[in-house]
Design a protein around this ligand. Sequence first.
Ligand code: AMP
Ligand code: MG
Length: 528
Amino acid sequence: MRGRRIKEFFFDGNNDIINFMETKIRKIDKNQIDETVIQEAGEVLQRGGLVAFPTETVYGLGAHALKEEAALKTYAAKGRPSDNPLIVHIAEYEALKEMAVNIPAETDILAMHFWPGPLTMVFEKSEAVPYGTTGGLDTVAVRMPSDPVAQALIRAAGGFVSAPSANTSGRPSPTTAEHVAEDLNGKIDMILDGGTVDIGLESTILDMTVSPPMILRPGAVTSEMLEELIGEVSIDETLLGDESDKAPKAPGMKYRHYAPKAKLLIVEGDLREEVLAIRQLSYAAHREGRQTGIIATAETLPFYKYGSVKNIGTRENEKTIARSLYRVLREFDEEEVETIYSESFAVQGMGKAIMNRLEKAAGHLRISAGAVVKQQKYRRITFVSGTDSARASMAAEILRHFELKQEYVVDSRGLVVLFPEPPNQKAEAIMKSAQMTLSDHVSRQFDEENLQDDALILAIEESQKSKLLSEYGRGWNVYTLNEFVGDDTAIPDPYGKPLTAYGECFEVLCRLVSRLAEKLDSLVEEEG
Ligand code: AMP
Ligand code: MG
């Protein structure tokens, strides 16, 4: 092996060394399929070789489904345990009858509705199917993909193509040809590059050998869609929830799947709590110099400031989330983040498949958002002055410059703000001289929304505190800044006075806010 990198060799199922091979990458357009490319790929499969190809779910690693050796090569290339069965892909309904026996009556109606499409059905296998393909089982999983490239390839290969996802075992499934190449370049004969897949999650697997049929893996064809056609279907209970000690019915599901290199934690609670918890966790990581990733949605993206924040899609359309999940996990692998925090998603419809993959990627690690959030007494700090044009906004901006032990939403409000106004120019001049700015600030009226259990409301003057108490009652955390930090240096009102008065006010505020920062950090220690 001198002169060649170890990486260029791998072992097949018999532990024989197979030489590094050249992987041909061929672009193909599903709207205008180049038959010569399909023929070339079909011949590779007919000869027992491996071709990765796009399907509507994820990229598949194709091999001839009726050749035992081809299945062994598939396991070797993926590094996949050989008791993890492959799905046989067909392009004609008649082909099913050659693969399976004792096909139950409901199959017809399911195939009519969902084939070609993201539904795999499991049947008793026929003699024609080698045990290599079924991982030693007497059952066979069959699917008819809808992607035109997949269909053309299956036909060119003779009608039966086994295809697990075209990734290294344990990694997130590939949704682009680049992902396939990352994992399998040099280990397979060819990759058909048909661009990004449509669905992004593996097919639904339905076991037709039991009654009622049982969902072994949730996917784009949901239990609701199935039940509408054939009545009751059951669900393998080990798929959702953390009963990971129970053996799942689908053989492959016991293996750690879809997993990123980083530790992935799913934060669970109501969405507002999840966001707050992730903010706090990522801020803590930032302070400790740990690299974190955040799986956020279009709706929550603006709330995160620390770590590598990725938009996985919009909560208004779960399909966008399904489509991006594996890509996002792979991106985190490249960035080498240590920990990933993910928001969670509603477990209904497509959400079931999304949460199933997320939970498997996380190895069922979950954190309760409520528990994280409860550890922090105050999460928002709102300074209140008369017009919110100078002192309160200065105090807020000064506080934002402290690296506190926990993250707070820091803001300011006024008690009489008739319309939003830019900050006082003298206040801004003073802030600028201290390398700070109020340029993002517009004055805003204090209102009921600012009163929350986790809000600390700090009035600049006693009279403002009294007004807050008389207007909203005593049930809230309302103090003057002086009172809260135990320092009665008066905060002068510079309004209408020369610049120097603003400078003096700034200095008092710096002193008080610095004491506030100390107090907030000491509160965290008491709680911790
Ligand atoms: P992949 O194509 O990588 O998503 O993997 C195929 C998956 O299909 C396996 O991991 C199994 O979970 C499932 N599967 C394939 N054949 C069978 C079968 N005969 N019975 C139950 N599940 C199967
Ligand atoms: Mg797979």
